[in-house]
Design a protein around this ligand. Structure first.
Ligand code: TRP
Length: 462
């Protein structure tokens, strides 16, 4: 089975060595694996949050597309597209916005940092904060959930966003009572280096300390490397590799043997100027052939455009059916749709098949695949409240057998073990699952009643 791996790169600025080592190179490598179904895209809607300079956005989109392609990405194999070519993404963003707690967004690091900065400066807390910045995590959740990505490789600064995407997905699944979204998992590649920039801080366009990947050619690369800040040790004096940005960058490109040799050279007192030349040559060896492809692509933007249009077509083939399903589930069914109508309360429109009408008022079981690959299900009350989360099953069949038993046995067979604020359900001595954590004992006891009622309703159905 293939794992869907998705990641986006915000299209502001020009790709630098940190982007390449930290994101592009590992993503291209992953996309070549047989068990990976890769979705890589340019987050140009996110770019609007950071820049209102149209020329820069335009240029950056092109550079980033050319960079990924020049770095070995095969658009036949990977679904490679621009976020803004996928109308399902902003549509899903709104659906998700409506189930996202405002409080969740208040806690986003980027937003909090802006607020803290304002507060420190004695300004209004939200001064200069756009709603776009505030909504950033929801748009990002839509990027991921529109394709039901399993794994999302990102930098550490993005971990919270993936956690939020999981939260939002769970909430949507819960409210609308279905397994619409799989829960995406963050992937932090431990071996992947976060490159330091010229000043030793993380290489980042926001610190203005980057070393460009292709732009400016080999000359610019060398000149920038020569500007890396070092300590004042003279040639002949031993250098400390671990505290040197030069060394860390070198390690990002070199094999273990090369790294060991460079370490030794530093400890033996190689001059900083010479060390920089070694670093430059090592990087140039990797970058030069890619730069050639990059320059070719940049000279033919129409080739890039066609690749991206094809990519958008492929991407929409996945996103559009999902969003259609969501529209249906949330009550935005098109009047032209021939699908049967879900009934909410007593209200209905269109011809309602009996089975569907009943379903609206009954508890239901929903299976899903957990992020660790195991199979689980949830039991929802007729009102859509989650009553039970099953334990993990190794295969869908055993999860299915347990669901069948739950449907027939009724509450008499159910043994509920009281935990402090939750319940554990057992049937014939077998652990079936657990209820959510309730706020206190009395809420838990109410939950117990609803769980029993739901089990009886299910059994009466069969
Ligand atoms: N916010 C990400 C970054 O700045 C870019 C991004 C946008 C992204 N949407 C995404 C990454 C979805 C992964 C998945 O790095």
């Amino acid at each position: 089975m293939q794992t869907r791996v998705l990641t986006g790169i915000t299209t502001t600025g020009t790709p630098h060595l940190g982007n390449y080592v930290g994101a592009i190179r590992p993503a291209v490598a992953a996309s070549k694996r047989a068990d990976v179904d890769a979705f890589y895209f340019m987050a140009d809607y996110h770019a609007l949050i950071k820049s209102d300079n149209p020329a820069r956005i335009e240029r950056s989109r092109l550079e980033i597309a050319a960079t990924w392609l020049a770095s070995g990405l095969d658009p036949e194999r990977v679904t490679f597209y621009r976020q803004s070519d996928i109308p399902e993404i902003p549509e899903l963003t709104w659906f998700l916005t409506c189930v996202t707690a405002k409080g969740l967004l208040n806690r986003a690091h980027a937003y909090k940092a802006a607020v803290d900065k304002n507060t420190e400066a004695g300004e209004d807390a939200d001064a200069g904060v756009t709603a776009g910045l505030y909504m950033y995590p929801v748009l990002m959740a839509a990027d991921i959930l529109a394709f039901n990505a399993n794994k999302v490789p990102v930098g550490r600064d993005q971990i919270q966003h993936i956690e939020m995407a999981r939260d939002i997905a769970q909430r949507f699944n819960h409210i609308y009572g279905g397994d619409f979204f799989v829960l995406p998992e963050v992937v932090i590649e431990e071996q992947v280096a976060t490159l330091p920039g010229l000043d030793g801080r993380k290489m980042s366009k926001s610190y203005d300390n980057t070393i460009p990947l292709f732009e400016g050619g080999s000359r610019q690369l060398r000149e920038t490397i020569m500007r890396i800040v070092t300590d004042s040790r003279l040639p002949g004096e031993p250098k400390d590799p671990e505290s040197s940005a030069l060394f860390t960058i070198f390690r990002g490109f070199a094999s273990e043997a090369e790294t060991a040799a460079f370490r030794k050279a530093l400890e033996d007192g190689i001059g900083w100027g010479e060390a920089k030349q070694v670093l430059y040559e090592r990087i140039e060896a990797d970058v030069a052939p890619m730069r050639e492809r990059y320059d070719e692509l940049m000279a033919k933007p129409q080739v890039i455009e066609q690749i991206l249009q094809d990519g958008a077509h492929k991407a929409r083939a996945t996103a559009a059916p999902l969003v259609a399903r969501l529209r249906d589930a949330i009550g935005l069914r098109s009047g032209k749709s021939e699908k049967t109508v879900q009934v909410i309360g007593a209200e209905s429109f269109g011809p309602v098949p009996e089975k569907v009408e009943k379903r609206g008022k009954l508890p239901r079981l929903a299976s899903f695949r957990d992020s660790d690959g195991s199979f689980r299900f949830r039991l929802f009350s007729a009102e859509g409240e989650e009553l039970l989360l099953s334990r993990a099953y190794a295969d869908p069949k055993s999860a299915g057998i347990m669901q069948k038993r739950l449907k027939t046995l009724g509450s008499a067979a159910a043994v509920c073990q009281l935990q402090q604020r939750s319940l554990t359900l057992e049937i014939e001595g077998e652990h079936v699952g657990d209820t959510p954590e309730y706020s206190d004992e009395s809420a838990r006891d109410q939950g117990l009643l609803r769980l029993r009622e739901a089990l009886d309703q299910l059994a009466a159905q069969e």
